[in-house]
Design a binder for this molecule. Structure first.
Ligand SMILES: Cc1ncc(COP(=O)(O)O)c(C=O)c1O
Length: 436
């Protein structure tokens, strides 16, 4: 019987177009997916920025199976299982030294909501309950829940959902094709855009601002690297004014930039850090918030008896997710995957920038194993129509890429080999040459 595609309402998908012409995946291993027809697809996006160690790694899948057979579920409220503590401890070994505590969630969106709530709770515990304002950035993506949508800066994701949350403002984004097009690594211009925070402080007063949340590299709006000095400046202003700085490292975590986290890569330590995706190599849903010791201590000490933070999820520190994450960390560590993006980066950068002269390419950007090709919008057509055409050509030719607006975003598993980088370049080049 043919598969009935009607009942499943697909997320972030043009359901009507997809169901007319579906793209199905059936199996995955290493750097590849396979379709039900047996076509092999090179994974240029690590699934959705999450399968950093490549697909179906036996060590991880076996750990999940063994845990499912031993204990399928354990309630995380007022009780625990040992792997939750082991995992938090293991994660802190890869975090900046001041981020000593880890709160588990089930996704990146929930990690963002949790971080925003922890920032608010911290100020309250610290006697500054008047600090309630949350600052995001234009072109930021922080998941799809109400807090994340409100601090996020993607118009199409916001306009459908009413006024979201009161007391939110946004920094200007840092994307500047006029000054920074075709930058390799961090763009040269734009550190001064961090001073936008000073502007918002003058407008609202620092005493009303709880937190600033940014992605060190903005992923979902097209892989925007931070201008040189930008994150340092943001850190400085937050520290000066007692504002909690949150780095949303849901895509930059776990080796994507050539260090465990963007915090180490850019040498800027936030007060709270969200992570997800690569934490379990994408195998089991999980997210987390890493917290500065002062924030954690302040909240814990404010309530000597009873529950200190009335927040958590049924699936916080789920046993299957913890088993997957521990086996994933073993894999990352043994295969030195946190530094692999920096050793592959020169080849990756050369491949990407070799596409610079192809039709309609208006920017190429890269860092670690992240790449973006931005195309000129097609006059009179919906946003992203050219990029989506490239996406479809690549799919036909056996390469999975991702598009966001007019940008093709690339983030392969960190195990990618040089020959596969070359193969990606060939397929992308052919697809771009066909554009009209
Ligand atoms: C920076 C960032 N934050 C949050 C999220 C949301 O994560 P999830 O889809 O796991 O809820 C994403 C997802 O892509 C992301 O890129």
């Amino acid at each position: 019987m043919p598969l009935n595609l009607d009942a499943y309402w697909m997320p972030f998908t043009s359901n009507q177009a997809f169901k007319r012409s579906p793209r199905m995946l059936e199996r995955a291993e290493g750097m590849h997916y396979w379709t039900p027809e047996g076509r092999r697809i090179l994974d240029g996006t690590a699934g959705l920025w999450c399968v950093n160690a490549g697909h179906a790694r036996p060590r991880i899948t076996q750990a999940i199976a063994a845990q499912a057979a031993k204990m399928d579920y354990a309630p995380p409220f007022q009780m625990a299982h040992a792997d939750a503590f082991r995992l938090a401890e293991r994660l802190t070994q890869h975090l900046p030294p001041t981020l000593k505590h880890v709160f588990f969630t089930t996704s990146g969106s929930e990690a963002v909501e949790s971080a925003l709530k922890i920032a608010l709770a911290y100020h309250r515990a610290n006697g500054e309950a008047h600090r309630t304002r949350l600052i995001g950035r234009e072109r930021g993506y922080h998941g799809v829940n109400f807090g994340g949508t409100a601090v996020g800066g993607m118009g199409p994701n916001r306009k459908w959902f009413g006024s979201q949350m009161a007391g939110v403002d946004h920094l200007r984004h840092t994307h500047d094709l006029g000054r920074n097009a075709f930058s390799r690594g961090q763009p040269e211009h734009g550190a001064e855009l961090a001073d936008d925070l000073e502007r918002l402080i003058s407008l609202h007063d620092a005493s009303t601002i709880a937190a600033v949340i940014v992605e060190p590299v903005a992923g979902s709006t097209g892989a925007l690297m931070p201008p040189q000095g930008y994150l340092q400046r943001l850190r400085q202003i937050c520290s000066q004014h007692g504002i909690v700085l949150i780095f949303d490292e849901v895509i930059t975590g776990f080796g994507r930039l050539g260090a465990p986290f963007a915090a180490q890569h850019y040498e800027v330590t936030p007060d709270l850090m969200t992570m997800a995706k690569g934490i379990t190599n994408g195998c089991v849903p999980m997210g987390a918030v890493a917290c500065h010791q002062t924030i954690h201590q302040t909240i814990i000490r404010a309530t000597p008896h009873g529950i200190e933070l009335p927040h958590g999820y049924t699936y916080s520190a789920h046993p299957l997710a913890c088993a997957a994450a521990l086996a994933t960390l073993d894999t990352y560590e043994e295969e030195n995957l946190f530094s692999r993006a920096s050793s592959m980066s020169p080849d990756w950068e050369d491949m990407l920038h070799s596409l610079a002269d192809l039709p309609f390419v208006i920017d190429i950007r890269n860092t670690g194993l992240v790449g973006a090709i931005e195309l000129a919008p097609r006059m009179g057509a919906p946003v992203g129509s050219r990029a989506f055409e490239v996406y479809l050509s690549c799919w036909e030719a056996g390469l999975l890429v991702r598009t966001t607006g007019d940008t093709i975003a690339l983030s392969p598993p960190l195990i990618i080999e040089r020959q596969q980088i070359h193969e990606m370049g060939q397929i992308l080049s052919n697809a771009l040459r066909r554009l009209t």
